[in-house]
Design a protein around this ligand. Structure first.
Ligand code: PMP
Length: 341
């Protein structure tokens, strides 16, 4: 019989799938022509639904080993997103409690996902100053200083990039039989690009590491100007980001990120999140630059798709939401309600 003992054993070893229709390259549709091959690493197939399952496991195991997390302890992290789901899943299976602190602007759906895994969610008012005792920062610091509490802190924890150095990087190297020439990833904490990038460059220093970044974020020279794509881009430099790893950063607008996210769903049947559309759009840009060049003949571009589109159905996959911000859905066939004018 073939089965896993726990969902934790199903983390990682995600597949690569070739992008074809969305690249708009001549001959790229059938895979027989030369030219850049663009392969997407599908991280939503992790059991918690995102790439963050990898760092959750590794950060918790390291804290157990160092004694920072004791049996029956409580994991406290100010997150409501993918890292929260990963931590909640691993914590439950290993018998720890989890408390997530999030601002009240976080949707009820996201809070309920965390609660479904058995985590506690503490909601803080957004409309108070950071020094207020009820602020997001003060509440999470107070909870994290309780006896038995441990805060992973994905923005400074070295086991975040290390998990990618130890799992994601080696998987990509083995899956491409060492033929990868370009690695593309979005950057939030920078853990993915730093860990994978370092591993790949150690195997072959010629591998190019390319960051994809929302216009406005510090990684592409911005000041933190607001953008709508979630999970990527920062207004500060996290400790988990290796500033020497990226050979280049490609800036992608929200409009391009969202339109491409919709195309991935409609044309590649990949229902993924907005940071996936952003990274895949950067990979497409790169493929176009390389097409027709001698370097492009053997180019193998791997792009990370961090999470699923299920978490964005009321945003990126909702035409009204897009229209509110002036974006087009890119639908060739607009959906219409009968009777609507
Ligand atoms: N996309 C999404 C949806 C994410 O949640 C994250 C993590 N913040 C990233 C991309 C970026 O990954 P990393 O933190 O490893 O840079």
């Amino acid at each position: 019989m073939e089965y896993a003992n726990s969902v934790l054993d199903l983390i990682g070893n995600t597949p690569l799938v070739r992008l074809s229709r969305t690249l708009d390259l001549p001959g790229a549709g059938d895979g027989s022509a030369g030219g850049p091959l663009v392969l997407a690493k599908v991280e939503y197939l992790n059991p918690g639904g995102s790439v963050k399952d990898r760092i959750a496991t590794r950060m918790i195991e390291a804290a157990e080993a160092s004694g920072a997390l004791q049996p029956g302890g409580t994991i406290v992290e100010p997150t409501s997103g993918n890292t929260g789901v990963g931590l909640a899943m691993v914590a439950q299976q290993k018998g720890y409690s989890c408390v997530f602190v999030c601002p009240d602007k976080v949707s009820e759906d996201k809070r309920n996902v965390l609660r479904a895994y058995g985590a506690e969610v503490v909601v803080c008012p957004t409309a108070v100053a950071p020094e207020h005792p009820d602020s997001y920062y003060n509440v999470s610091d107070r909870l994290a200083s309780q006896p038995g509490a441990w805060k992973p802190d994905q923005y400074s924890n070295p086991h975040n990039p290390r998990s990618h150095y130890e799992t994601t990087g080696p998987e990509i190297w083995a899956q491409t039989e060492g033929r990868i020439t370009h690695f593309v990833a979005g950057m939030g904490t920078g853990g993915t690009i730093s860990g994978v990038g370092r591993y790949l460059k150690e195997q072959n220093p010629d591998v190019k590491v390319i960051g994809a970044d929302p216009a406005g974020s510090v990684y592409s020279g911005g000041t933190g100007r607001p953008y709508l794509v979630e999970g990527v881009g920062e207004d500060f430099w996290p400790e988990t980001y290796d500033r020497g790893v990226a050979d280049r950063v490609i800036e992608v607008s929200d409009a391009d990120s969202f339109a491409f996210t919709r195309r991935l769903a409609r044309e590649e049947a990949l229902l993924v999140g907005g940071s996936c559309g952003m990274a895949a759009h950067a990979a497409r840009t790169l493929a176009h630059e390389l097409a027709g060049t001698p370097e492009g003949e053997d180019a193998v571009i791997v792009v990370i798709l961090p999470d699923s589109g299920r978490g964005y159905l009321t945003k990126i996959f909702n035409d009204e939401w897009l229209a509110q911000y002036g974006f087009s859905s890119g639908n060739q066939v607009p959906s219409q309600t009968v009777g609507e004018v």
